[in-house]
Design a binder for this molecule. Sequence first.
Ligand code: PEP
Ligand code: MG
Length: 700
Amino acid sequence: MSSTDNTQPAPLMIVGEVASSGLARGPAMLCDCARTQTAVPLRQVSAEVQAEVERFDAAVLAAEGKLREVQESVRRTLGKDEAEIFEAQVLLLRDVQLRDAVRALCLEKRMNVEAAVEEAIKQLMDLFGRLEDPYFRERATDLYDVGRRLLDHLAESGLPDVPVVHEGCVIITSEILASVVARLEGQGVRGLIVEKGGLTAHATILARSLGIPTLVQVPEATAKIRAGDLVIVDALAGRAFINPQADILRKYDQVDANLKAHQGVLKGLIGLPTVTHDGVEIKLCANIGQNADALAAANVKADGVGLYRTEFVFLVQDHFPSEDEQYQFYRATAEHLQPAETVIRVLDVGSDKPLSYFPLPREANPAMGFRGIRLLLAHPTLLHTQLRAILRLSASHPVAILLPMIDGIDELRAAKAAIEHAKEELAAAGQSFDPLIPVGAMIETPSAAILIEHLADEVDFFSVGSNDLVQFLLAADRIRGEMKSTYDPLHPAVIQVLAKLATVARRKGTPISLCGEIASDPTYTNLLIGLGFRSFSVSPGRLLDIKHAIRSTDLQQAEKLAEQVLSVHSTRDIRAQVQDDWNRRRPVASPEFNGPTGPVGTSLAVRHNVARQRFEAQAGESAPAFLSYRAEGERVILKHTFVPDALRGQGIAADLVRVALEEARQRHWKIVPRCSYVAGFIERHPEFCDLVDRQEGNLD
Ligand code: PEP
Ligand code: MG
């Protein structure tokens, strides 16, 4: 829906996955945060529309000047006729139709000029491409060229590729890139709602470390939410309310107050020891990506940095940082945590986390392709430069080297040989470093997990990268949110592997820490301690939550939970146990939205009678209760609810509606509640509001 649509906003609830927990409230801002640096940025503009049009005029002038230069050099080298070709492009640049189209897009759709140019060129190319006359069809190529030239000039005029956000807004986007989130810091974004996205994608990890409440996997968010809509992001329960009614706002005022009170409790934990209720010490470090994370980690008194993802240092550059630049970056970070240790992971990029200036071949399965240590071993200079920077820092700061994506002994030895080579070179040049710098391996491939016993003989420590380990153990992409029902860290195979890793590492006397995202989610803390982990590295924004969870558990409880979980073999059952354990301990919960009669519940089963297009429940020989519907294309009209006298007063109507709505969600139906009982039910249960076809089903 466009931002110029003036209809009264309707209340709506949509659901998603909690990627970074918390609560946020603010006006919606629709952005396209999935475009790469080289792609055309899309922003919404408001007052500055005229300025955008002026930028277009300036770009036309600049592009024409450049074209004239090219034309002149072609004339000198090739001749007059060839130079004439450029005349056509100059004419296209000055074309009033193009200018009008760009202007209209800026004004009507409130697009920034880059996006408007891209769109206008596309529209004109489509138009030219459809014409019979080959002369005009060829002009489509010229148009494309002209568009590129204009965009180049607009890019030179220094526009950021990150959305210029309005302070206090909630960003709504179809997808988001890590490089974009990295630049949102300090811009006052209150919340993020992403249509796609996965819980362990790097963009999500960053949002978490910036403490921005984030929901991912929110289908059609950009279509359902309009710019300026008031949005509550409930990243506790995994839902968002759009233009909520007063009673919902009041309930969230209360949750907000509870959260603030809890945050006060969390602040009080800074400086207290990280021990379980019964005194078991746990090491709690921070995962960091940028300097600001290190500061945040220092502020909450983390026990050190357990994972420094150096790819973020590379990600925010437009060139490979030199040895000195890297040294300065790492030093600034390690400085914050002194005298605690900073574990620096060597660059873990590849085609799953690309660098704009590092041309890599496209791969069909990038996560399983050329990445991590494999990529570094194939580019020894890149690895060597980074190792030298880290080693030089080790002369003055307690740092350790962590090797990502190790798949076995040979890779580990090759990486260690590269470290020795860098040491020798520094020694020969008389530069100091710590000769005993600890070297650790990430356990994030199934092969490394299987071989942990042998790897233990050759490393100083382990760090379990559960984000990747889960994806490889379960053959489920961590980035594609659609895989979320398969990508589940509570799969029994994952639990068994984690238990084995903790046990073997302890037996071998090799320190082991868990740094994947499950360590940052307090839902799992009890279980992970029970499985044998005594060291975690977590997102700085979550560190105090985890500390709170650790301090409110005890080892006996934790081991009991782990034992129960290890004895069941269904993910669903494990999740039920872990969730139940967490629900009993969670400090702040989201409000419930049950109707006045509370949760419904009858013992009658509801069945879907597809042939008769109705949901039915029947007791013995009595007439069935039913909810009838009619399918109209993608929309399903919920027509009528009927409960015979003999079955009244048992909550059967509510059961029918609930089952129908749950099925509607699974089948991606858009429903139209023509039946007043259904409409009332949805009003009392806003978790189903998002199913309603807004065209007909406004709830106000
Ligand atoms: C992991 O895989 O769990 C991990 C910590 O590494 P990354 O998320 O950076 O791949
Ligand atoms: Mg990993």
